[in-house]
Design a binder for this molecule. Structure first.
Ligand SMILES: [Fe+2]
Length: 459
């Protein structure tokens, strides 16, 4: 039996199939976009089940109805080729079937077992981490990284993968050390750059973040649209917090939105960035209408709640009547949720969706009430800490605008403790202190905001 480049047995494979599998692994790990050749190889494959089953995973990761239909076809093809396959390939079939069936928790469990048994199977780790990410399960993200790194210490991609799990578990120093090690071993590692961005973001290390991302951004030219637009999205977040909102808006136009407007990941990067800009008072013009025009087909998607909530907010900000249909559809989805996903869909997504719609139409009291209900259940909707912070920011805005001062103050003070470098946080605190009659604290916060802003302007 032939082995792949990671030394793993591959049943029913010839040299060409092995070459295709090795190419796919490397291209996936570097977040490349040259997948056409692999898909053609999977289409033409007549013996090796691993090619179509991996093709199924690739299209399922698109989070689209078409991707799901195509994924089912590839999986069916893999089953036809499954005679004589080994336990690892069997596990791939089972994990993929579970994903198609909407049992992401089962897919995650299978991938976790796979990396325990075959820690050289880096795509099993990659897919496992994707499911963990979509389920908001930072601990699973980390466990998978631990299995992988023990068996792949010479592979910089694995250091980057582990770094992200560490960051999502708030082990920031270790995360940064792992990401830096990855980049020392191999500079062209966009996922390690991304892990670094998260480390800077978590502590509000804004100028360092901007300089670092700028210094490695040349590596992203060959990235697929998810990684390209997402790393630039991170750069835009730093710029917003540095009061450089004009530059962030320019990045929206030049890098974040426009690469692949039909793709879920590009869409949520765009939505999240427009929202954050608006929350800082930026007029984003006709951009909502453009983004929303790509979302009308997603009203009944319901792949990951984290995605749905952002689609819904964009539709609402663009004033699309279809928001009502999506809200009703989300309520149905909440009612049909399986036990493992009840908290995400029923306890979080449904009230959050109504809260977001309320915020979008300017009903801040209702938004504050509903988002307040949803926020304690936010983690399992999926996404990263930095991405989910969007909902916290909208909730905070609703609290401030509806005069819920005590609750807003608590959140702002916590924000300031975690990220003491953001002038906008200090200014919001100053406004709130003034409303509460705490003049001295307001003056201090204003002074600090001004000092920070001056420092950034002179940098
Ligand atoms: Fe990120």
């Amino acid at each position: 039996m032939l082995k792949d480049g990671q030394g793993l047995d591959v049943a029913n494979a010839d040299a060409k199939a092995i070459e295709a599998l090795d190419f796919l692994r490397e291209e996936w790990l570097v977040f490349g976009k040259r997948f056409d050749g692999f898909m053609a190889a999977a289409d033409a494959e007549e013996t090796c089940a691993l090619l179509p089953v991996l093709a199924a995973n690739l299209v399922l990761s698109m989070n689209s109805v078409d991707g799901r239909a195509l994924g089912a076809k590839y999986l069916a093809r893999a089953r036809i080729l499954s005679k004589g396959i080994g336990p690892r390939e069997r596990a791939w079939l089972d994990a993929t079937q579970a994903w198609l069936d909407g049992d992401a928790d089962k897919s995650l469990a299978i991938h976790e077992k796979m990396v325990a048994e075959w820690p050289r199977d880096l795509l099993a780790g990659k897919l496992g981490q994707l499911h963990a990410f979509n389920l908001g399960d930072a601990e699973a993200l980390l466990r998978i990284g631990e299995h992988l790194i023990a068996a792949n210490r010479d592979n910089h991609f694995v250091w980057g993968m582990h770094a992200f799990g560490l960051e999502e578990c708030n082990r920031l120093d270790e995360a940064e050390a792992h990401a830096r090690r990855a980049i020392e071993m191999g500079r062209n590692d966009p996922w390690a750059h991304h892990a670094m961005a998260h480390c800077f973001e978590a502590r509000g290390r804004l100028t360092e973040g901007v300089a670092f991302l700028e210094s490695v951004s040349d590596c992203w030219a060959d990235c697929n649209s998810f990684m390209y637009t997402h790393n630039w999205w991170h750069q835009a977040l730093f710029l917003i917090d540095l009061d450089r909102t004009d530059e962030a808006l320019a990045l929206f136009d030049s890098r974040v939105w426009g690469v692949w407007k039909e793709f879920s990941e590009d869409q949520i990067n765009a939505i999240s960035l427009l929202t954050r800009l608006e929350l800082r008072g930026v007029d984003v013009g006709a951009r909502w209408a453009d983004v929303a025009s790509y979302l009308e087909g997603r009203l009944h998607d319901h792949f990951v709640p984290f995605l749905d909530l952002q689609y819904l907010y964009a539709l609402a900000r663009a004033g699309k009547p279809s928001v009502t249909e999506m809200l009703a559809s989300l309520e149905d989805r909440g009612e049909q949720a399986k036990p493992f996903e009840r908290e995400a869909w029923a306890d979080c997504a449904v009230p959050a969706a109504h809260g977001l719609a309320a915020h979008a139409r300017g009903d801040h009291a209702e938004a504050a009430r509903l988002l307040g209900q949803a926020m304690p259940h936010l983690r399992p909707i999926g996404g990263s800490i930095a991405q989910r912070a969007l909902f916290g920011a909208i909730h905070l805005d609703a609290l401030i605008k509806s005069g819920w001062n005590d609750a807003a103050l608590k959140i702002l003070q916590a924000d300031e403790r975690e990220r003491p470098t953001v002038p906008a946080t200090k200014r919001a605190l100053a406004d709130l202190y003034r409303k509460l009659g705490r003049a001295e604290q307001a003056m201090t916060a204003d002074y600090q905001a001004e000092r920070l802003a001056r420092q950034y302007a002179n940098a």
